[in-house]
Design a protein around this ligand. Structure first.
Ligand code: HEC
Length: 107
């Protein structure tokens, strides 16, 4: 009788640790790829070449490390139009976005 519960608990733990490990996958990843093009693109340009906000292409971000980019995404830049995305993104997702921007945003 105890055994099925243990299985359920173990499954729950496995799911939780996948979520914590962070790299977004599947549908969430597709959602983020789209979100950056649409929502970030509204200010940074749909090709991320810059608009109201600066370019987010790899060349423009070469001098910025992933941690700084992650922090700007999560916290915004107070006093500028760059808003904080913390309500919408986990830290792992913001880090993933920062890493992908450094490499060149996926299509
Ligand atoms: C409402 C407009 C707006 C939106 C939406 C927006 N940004 Fe920004 N962003 C800005 C502005 C303006 C700056 C420049 C702030 C400054 O003067 O330091 C900026 C700065 C940045 C920087 C720092 C660039 C650098 O070279 O220092 C990063 C990285 C960034 N944004 C990423 C993003 C990402 C990723 C998103 C979407 C999740 C996003 N932004 C959405 C306006 C926006």
């Amino acid at each position: 009788m105890i055994f099925p519960r243990l299985v359920v608990a173990a499954t729950g733990l496995a799911l939780a640790s996948t979520a914590l490990a962070g790299e977004p996958e599947g549908a969430r990843r597709a959602e983020l790829v789209n979100m950056v093009r649409q929502d970030c693109g509204a200010c940074h340009g749909y090709t991320l070449k810059g608009g109201l906000g600066p370019s987010l292409l790899p060349g423009a971000l070469a001098e910025r490390d992933v941690q700084l980019i992650e922090s700007v995404i999560l916290n915004g830049r107070p006093g500028t139009p760059m808003p904080p995305w913390r309500p919408f993104l986990s830290e792992a997702e913001a880090r993933w976005i920062a890493e992908q921007l450094k490499k060149g945003w996926p299509e």
